[in-house]
Design a protein around this ligand. Structure first.
Ligand code: IPE
Ligand code: IPE
Ligand code: MG
Length: 241
């Protein structure tokens, strides 16, 4: 077996069967609650985890990482919590620009940016532009909802008069040009997609772990990767075994 847990086998390396991993990061609130702390504390710890996990995915050879950071439904949370999450993300974006030469990541934001403050929109757009030549892609789903994304893509197609095909619709999604996720990992014991990449996940492998997002470590990624490699993807065909 080629892909084993890091603890036992040293760093795993992925191949072209696993180019894109997406994470539904969940459990920040519960992580904080367990420690008797406000939910916001879980989000700031989660932001550190985010950096660590993205770096590790790059190290093991993943080409595209997508992270669900804030959904269109998350606006329904208390204002203080929403403000904290958005300001953490804005700090992350500013830091990403400062560290761009070091991290060499190509950033793309999935979702409607226009709802954010003009300064933040500017930082998001600039980061996308100045990082566009890097290879390792990081998609950050922010004010993202898959249904809204599909409706937005359909409207664009209707306006342009283009023929409606799977390819033309894919080309109007926020993920245009990215391969579909091979593996979607959701933390914190929830087993649902919560309006994430509904179109792109048609044949993704799903992996659920009880680990709360702030506790997520490279070893947990190794475990998800090993689980992925133990599966057979048939895409509707017949088994090769
Ligand atoms: C994930 O953690 C972060 C966001 C959805 C923004 P949660 O905040 O959903 O944490 P739980 O699910 O309440 O524990
Ligand atoms: C999904 O997590 C959204 C993000 C990870 C940004 P939620 O915590 O909002 O999802 P539900 O409410 O448990 O489905
Ligand atoms: Mg949650």
């Amino acid at each position: 077996m080629l892909f084993r847990r890091k603890k036992k086998s040293g760093p795993v390396k992925v191949d072209d069967r696993l180019t894109h991993i997406a994470f539904i990061l969940d459990g920040n609130g519960r992580w904080a609650k367990k420690r008797g702390m406000p939910r916001e504390y879980g989000h700031s710890e989660g932001a550190q985890t985010f950096k660590r996990i993205v770096r590790y995915c790059g190290d093991i050879g993943i080409k595209v990482v997508t992270v669900y950071a804030f959904s269109t439904e998350n606006w329904s949370r208390p204002k203080g919590e929403v403000d904290r999450i958005i300001s953490l993300l804005d700090e992350y974006i500013a830091g990403a620009e400062r560290e761009l030469d070091e991290n060499k990541i190509r950033y793309t934001f999935l979702g409607d940016k226009s709802v954010f403050a003009p300064g933040m929109v500017e930082r998001m757009t600039r980061l996308e532009e100045i990082s566009a030549h890097y290879e390792l892609r990081l998609n950050i789903a922010l004010n993202y909802g898959a249904r809204a994304e599909i409706v937005h893509a359909c409207r664009e197609l209707a306006e342009s008069g283009e023929e409606i095909t799977e390819e033309s619709l894919s080309s109007k999604l926020y993920t245009a040009g990215c391969p579909d996720p091979d593996l979607i990992v959701r933390t914190a014991n929830e087993r649902r997609l919560s309006n994430f990449l509904l179109w792109q996940a048609a044949y993704s492998e799903l992996y659920f772990t009880p680990t709360l997002w702030p506790d997520m470590r490279p070893e947990d990624v190794d475990e998800a990767v090993a689980d992925f490699y133990a599966r057979e993807r048939r895409f509707g065909g017949v088994t090769s075994k």
